[in-house]
Ligand binder design. Structure first.
Ligand SMILES: Nc1nc2c(c(=O)[nH]1)N[C@H]1C(S)=C(S)[C@@H](COP(=O)(O)OP(=O)(O)OC[C@H]3O[C@@H](n4cnc5c(=O)[nH]c(N)nc54)[C@H](O)[C@@H]3O)O[C@H]1N2
Ligand SMILES: Nc1nc2c(c(=O)[nH]1)N[C@H]1C(S)=C(S)[C@@H](COP(=O)(O)OP(=O)(O)OC[C@H]3O[C@@H](n4cnc5c(=O)[nH]c(N)nc54)[C@H](O)[C@@H]3O)O[C@H]1N2
Ligand code: SF4
Ligand SMILES: [Mo]
Length: 764
């Protein structure tokens, strides 16, 4: 676009803010909030401006590069695809298909093309050694959804705009802008909550940006949330306050919950959690007696030692107090492209524990093993050892536990390829880096986060910049590699129909598929005149898709479905193109029992694997509360995981990679503000500046993740100048939540001492 305004969804975090990008002479002149976006109403955060910095970043790779003895060398795409397919194929032939490990990072879920291409890509690789950011993140939510509602991506979302009590535990939406709750302008929405007489309660080991807006705040000891939540359940039963309300006919095993909660009285858990028994009872009472209330938890409650149980209990408490599927409570969404329903129709609702990892016997979830065991699988010799590794939009070296061990693992691989546009801590280990187009060079539809939004909306954005003919989208890279790998597997040649299928897929790309998904979805319109044109290509494409690809469910989806009769109709890609700020589809609506996917149609309140894991919780209760220093993470609104630190505008100002510590702990350790502190565990050591603040719970320290850009051989000039240290260099990879396989990123114990003091002692 030369001049004018381009409307778009910001893809950086989960909030899906609408942006209006002003173009002058082919360059971005300004980025502002789009007032007409039906979800964000003009809100943006400081990161939106960095969309321009990402686009113009001189460090962003644009052509494939290959490692040589004299350094990185640029190569042509065709040559790069050939090389990668050949090397991966060789490893597969020599060591078996599981010898290729794959890690998919977070930006994949912000990229509909990548989402659509990733299943065929994974199938072509054919390895069971798959990993992703999920096991460092929302896995416990997916597991609870799978076990309770029968579908791994069906999440109850807080109906924040209509609630009277928002109880937030282990999340800091003022910094993160919400997660598994797409909620642009959380500040505005919390203000609105208060001005209608509602209340915000926050429970966190740090007095966070969100806590500062709260009417009530409680410190909680890291990792003890499951105890606290159990005691809340216990209170509900003890005081006869259980009333599932509207959901009652569809729930089962309420008695098992009552029994399970018996040992966990508020008095019994008080010392471990740090909350007074009366405060715990009061939290339960508030939830029970406020008709429109939502209990919400995220990273702090999911990525910890009892993350599985804690996340399950958040769901349970909402159900026991009648909040599920009610206005102002927690509700299921009805997105325009219903990946939940599509998955169900193609037989893909999710699975857990079908097989276990080779070295540590950890359970797969949705076909992936826990990321904390990547290094084990690479470093441990034997049948099935990973010899080659593929990363797509991921930086596990900074984002997964025990970066030092991953470093060792990656540097010993036979071959590694990264699909990424930065030469960073992870990709510097690759033999070949395949850089995709920048985000503004591709179209955007939020397949994933539209499903988690506090209001149903749909929006499509065209590419702002036309990619150069010599650029490839993520989906093109994945499909091309998949196609070549399939060919090699079949001895160089594919059957005619399969060959045509791959060509059709590469030709169509993701957007015509979006159109079909929109038209056949809940708000759709019949395929109409487009059908004869697109049907033959679709038929070919379906022929090469894996068995359980959600697109396979398309044929059985129809806007005329009974459940969707009352919804507005007429959505298609062209309808969205005609409304570039997006289309409002209305507030969340009650939808039980239609949205239960369990076999017996009941919501399973007490899945056995959770009950079994309670032995561990009892054991914790019986162990005296520890007073060791515990480490938790932190997010900042100007940072985004590990990969947005190359924007000068975002990193300028005060150092954000600090260790926050309470004054009493600091003085006990002889630490002063600005001192360098050494943090150590069995995994490693890092040194970070000390920031003393009463915002920390005594006994707890906080360091953000995603920093540590000082490793040699990366190419991110700004990030390197603001390197910080990586918290994951000291987070142990042998600590996981055994129930779910999720990494324990919050609540590990750590030793802290003054750094300079030690050096001078050594010298003396
Ligand atoms: N200690 C600790 N660790 C954590 C967390 C924590 O709270 N504490 N949080 C965890 C969470 S929630 C997450 S989601 C993970 C994130 O972990 P990852 O997904 O592993 O890492 P990111 O930092 O998101 O890095 C994304 C990578 O993708 C590249 N990239 C960006 N956009 C694109 C694109 O469009 N295409 C391609 N091909 N590449 C792209 C970037 O250059 C970068 O290399 O970190 C986890 N790690
Ligand atoms: N600006 C920005 N926004 C982001 C991201 C980012 O990196 N930067 N990342 C995005 C991603 S990938 C995700 S998954 C989301 C995450 O979204 P959130 O979960 O909201 O992320 P955090 O800000 O890390 O909030 C976690 C909170 O849990 C608290 N906590 C830590 N341990 C415990 C504990 O044991 N118990 C309790 N109760 N609380 C605990 C922490 O102090 C922190 O306040 O954010 C997304 N948005
Ligand atoms: S909150 Fe910021 S980063 Fe997230 S979508 Fe909105 S503008 Fe983008
Ligand atoms: Mo995440």
């Amino acid at each position: 676009m030369e001049n004018g305004t381009h409307y778009r969804t910001c893809h950086l975090c989960e909030a899906m803010c609408g942006v209006a990008i002003e173009m002058k002479s082919g360059r971005i002149a300004s980025i502002k909030g789009d007032d007409n976006d039906p979800l964000s109403h003009g809100h943006i955060c400081p990161k939106a401006i960095a969309l321009q910095d990402l686009h113009e970043d001189p460090d962003r790779l644009k052509k494939p590069i290959r490692r040589t003895s004299t350094g990185w060398q640029q190569m042509e795409w065709d040559e790069a695809f050939d090389l990668v397919a050949e090397r991966l194929h060789e490893v597969r032939k020599q060591h078996g298909k599981n010898a290729i490990g794959v890690y998919q990072g977070n930006p994949n879920v912000h990229n509909h093309g990548a989402m659509i291409a990733s299943l065929p890509f994974l199938r072509a690789i054919g390895s069971q050694n798959r990993f992703s950011a999920t096991s460092n993140d929302q896995l416990p939510h997916m597991l609870a959804s799978l076990e309770m509602f029968g579908h791994q991506i069906l999440f109850p979302i807080p109906d924040i705009d209509r609630t009277d009590l928002f109880m937030c535990i282990g999340a800091n939406p003022m910094a993160s802008n919400g997660s598994l709750m797409t909620v642009p302008d959380i500040r505005g929405r919390l203000k609105a909550l208060k001005s209608r007489g509602g209340k915000l309660v926050v429970i966190d080991p740090r007095n966070t940006e969100t806590a500062k807006l709260a009417d009530e705040f409680h410190f909680v000891r890291p990792g003890s949330d499951a105890l606290l939540l159990m005691a809340m359940v216990n209170t509900l039963f003890a005081e006869d306050r259980v009333d599932p309300g509207h959901a009652e006919p569809w729930i089962k095993d309420i008695d098992l919950i009552r029994l399970a909660a018996l040992p966990f009285t508020p008095d019994a858990v008080s010392a471990h959690t740090g909350l007074m028994p009366e405060a715990i009872r009061d939290l339960a009472r508030q939830l029970a007696t406020t008709p429109k209330a939502a209990l919400y938890g995220r990273i702090g409650t999911s990525t910890q030692a009892h993350g599985g149980v804690a996340t399950w209990l958040i769901y349970v408490l909402n159900i026991l107090t009648g909040k599920l599927d009610t206005t102002g409570g927690v509700m299921f969404t009805q997105p325009a492209i219903d990946m939940v329903e599509l998955g169900a129709m193609s037989g893909q609702k999710g699975h857990f524990g079908r097989r276990t990892s080779r070295v540590k016997g950890l359970p797969e979830f949705g076909g992936e093993y826990p990321s904390s065991t990547i290094a084990d699988e690479i470093l441990t010799p034997g049948e099935g050892q990973i010899k080659a590794f593929v990363t797509v939009a991921g930086n596990p070296l900074l984002s997964s536990p025990n970066g030092g061990r991953l470093e060792e693992a990656f540097s010993g691989l036979e071959f590694m390829v990264s699909v990424d546009y930065y030469l960073n801590e992870t990709t510097r280990h690759a033999d070949v880096i395949l850089p995709p187009t920048a985000a503004l060079e591709r179209s955007h539809y939020d397949l994933i986060f539209s499903m988690f939004a506090v209001r149903n909306t749909a929006k499509y954005s065209e590419a702002l910049f036309k990619p150069s003919p010599d650029a490839r989208h993520d989906w093109q890279i994945m499909l091309e590699l998949a196609h070549r790998l399939e060919k090699k597997r079949k001895g160089g040649r594919l059957p005619l129909r399969a060959e045509a299928g791959w060509r059709a897929f590469k030709q169509l790309g993701p957007d015509p598929l979006l159109d079909i998904m929109l038209r056949s979805g809940p708000y759709g319109t019949e395929l109409g005149p487009a059908k004869p044109l697109i049907q033959p290509a679709m038929d070919l494409l379906m022929g090469i898709l894996p068995e359980r690809h959600p697109l396979k469910g398309l044929a059985r989806l129809s806007p005329l479905d009974r459940r969707w009769r009352d919804l507005p109709k007429g959505l298609s890609l062209s309808a969205l193109k005609a409304n570039p700020s997006g289309i409002d589809l209305g507030p969340l609506r009650p939808c039980l029992p239609d949205r239960i996917y369990t076999r017996d149609g009941k919501i399973n309140l007490a899945p056995r694997r959770y009950l079994r894991d309670l032995d561990r919780l009892i054991a914790r209760l019986e162990t005296p509360a520890s007073d060791e220093l515990m480490l938790i993470g932190r997010r900042h609104v100007r940072s985004n995981n590990s990969w947005m630190h190359n924007s000068q505008r975002l990193v300028k100002g005060k150092d954000r990679c600090t260790m926050m510590i309470h004054p009493t702990d600091a003085s006990r350790l002889g630490l002063l503000e600005g001192d360098a502190a050494e943090l150590s565990t069995d995994a490693g050591k890092i040194v970070v500046p000390v920031e003393i603040t009463e915002d920390m719970m005594p006994g707890v320290i906080s360091v953000p993740h995603g920093w540590g850009h000082s490793r040699m051989g990366t190419r991110q000039a700004v990030a390197e100048a603001h390197a910080g240290a990586s918290i994951n260099d000291i987070i142990r990879d042998d600590q996981i939540d055994p129930l779910s396989g999720t990494s324990v990123l919050n609540g590990q114990t750590v030793h802290v001492k003054a750094w300079k003091a030690e050096r001078s002692r050594k010298r003396a």
